[in-house]
Design a protein around this ligand. Structure first.
Ligand code: F0G
Length: 402
């Protein structure tokens, strides 16, 4: 059993109330379980396959879930990049290996299952791309309609393709993501669609399993978890999962939660560095990492708590640093990620150079989305294939040239 609890004033609400904010003070809600009475058999978790649903006792879903077999993503040891930059214990959890190619699937399997559990008949979201692709697929699996709002011209091609192909009603607005989120929020409140952005606390329940899986794969607690930050939901989710394991007596310390943003879109970094009580929204965020092109992160208050309580930090990286790390991951490690995902590893390199990270730290970077999400940014960085006549001499001369 669980309740919805306001993270600011502590007001609690029954589990079946459709709410995205506290009705008393307007702050964010979180799902709270009665952990003291929960019997978790750790060995039973270990016997289940690595997946979101391995941890079902601390998830809110009580019906058969709407699932596409999400989670269970690989944890790679970044040996070459680690050697280059001088970090022997650097890992990447490749969330691009989820069914629709991003970590959003963890949130959507829970979120769309909750839509069904709460008897909602349609779902909606605003998105920089991945959330829309994931929602479209899970709504298709559930057999309910989905509406998605995108910032026109600012969503990577692969993500739009997915949302369209999975049959969502896709609408591009002449405005940025922050405006799209306001609009879809209003639409859901006035017309009863179920909002599946990360202000919906159930989404974050699914996403917290990234951290739980990383612990199980590593066989221990990393010193630091590093995540790219856009709307700031994912870093909040992973932190929440850890706090629950601590309450359950299954973990005795929490990694330093570290958030990385693009320098053209970094309100959380500013709030951390300037010790601000809350984030000051940026009006015109801009970055090549369109997934995290967000100026007014709705989960900022949760993310600031996660970073501050764990003695973590935040840093920004330039578009050049992001793209250089995207290439390094692809060419030195064989790991294909989209630009926003490379930000986490680029951020580690930067924090190490700044002397913030210790060389002995065991670090898990979450790389959030697959390379194929944004083929246009990839193609722009690479030389085109050489086109030759179809004979062996031409092939040999081409190989000599390259
Ligand atoms: N990485 C990728 C690939 C993303 O798509 C997102 C968010 C993030 C990181 C940041 O996660 O928002 O929880 O801090 N994408 C959202 C979307 C906003 O609409 O797909 P966050």
């Amino acid at each position: 059993m669980y309740r919805l609890v306001c993270v600011e004033c502590g007001e609690s609400f029954p589990p079946d109330e459709i709410l995205y904010n506290c009705t008393r003070c307007g702050h964010l809600l979180a799902v709270e379980y009665d952990l003291a009475t929960l019997e978790i058999d750790r060995a039973a978790w270990d016997r289940r396959p690595l997946s979101v649903w391995r941890y079902r006792e601390i998830l809110p879903v009580s019906i058969p879930p709407v699932s596409l077999q999400e989670g269970g993503t690989p944890l790679y040891h970044l040996t070459r990049i680690g050697e280059d930059i001088g970090l022997p214990h650097l890992y990447a959890k490749h969330e691009g290996m989820n069914p629709t190619g991003s970590f959003k699937d963890r949130g959507m399997t829970v979120g769309v299952s909750m839509a069904m559990q709460l008897k909602k008949t349609s779902v909606a979201c605003a998105s920089t791309g991945n959330t829309s692709a994931s929602l479209a697929a899970y709504a298709a699996k559930a057999g309910i309609p989905a509406v998605v709002l995108l910032p026109a011209g600012k969503v990577a091609l692969g993500k739009v393709a997915q949302a369209l192909m999975h049959g969502a009603k896709v609408i591009s607005i002449r405005g940025n993501f922050d405006r799209a989120l306001e609009m879809v929020h209003d639409l859901c409140l006035s017309h009863g669609l179920y909002l599946l952005n990360s202000v919906n606390p159930f989404r974050l329940e699914g996403q917290k399993t990234i951290g739980l899986e990383a612990l199980d794969q590593l066989g221990g607690i990393p010193d630091r978890m590093v995540l790219p930050v856009g709307n700031a939901g994912n870093i909040s989710a992973v932190y929440k999962g850890f706090t629950e394991l601590v309450s359950l007596g299954l973990m005795d310390r929490i990694p330093m939660m570290t958030g990385i943003q693009a320098s053209g879109s970094s309100p959380v970094v500013r709030a951390v560095h300037e010790h601000l009580p809350e984030v000051i929204p940026e009006r015109d965020p801009e970055t090549v990492a369109t997934a995290i092109r967000i100026g007014a992160p709705v989960n900022a208050e949760k993310a600031l708590t996660a970073i501050r309580r764990t003695n973590g930090t935040a840093a920004s990286v330039t578009d050049q640093e992001i793209l250089a790390m995207q290439r390094d991951l692809a060419r030195k490690e064989g790991i294909g990620v989209e630009p926003a995902s490379a930000a986490s590893v680029a951020g580690v390199k930067k924090l190490l150079d700044m002397g913030v990270i210790d060389r002995d730290e065991r670090i898990v970077c979450v790389v959030t989305g697959h390379l194929l999400k944004d083929p246009e940014t990839v193609i722009r960085q690479c030389d085109p294939p050489l086109e030759i006549d179809a004979d062996l001499p031409s092939l040999l001369s081409a190989l000599q040239r390259s």
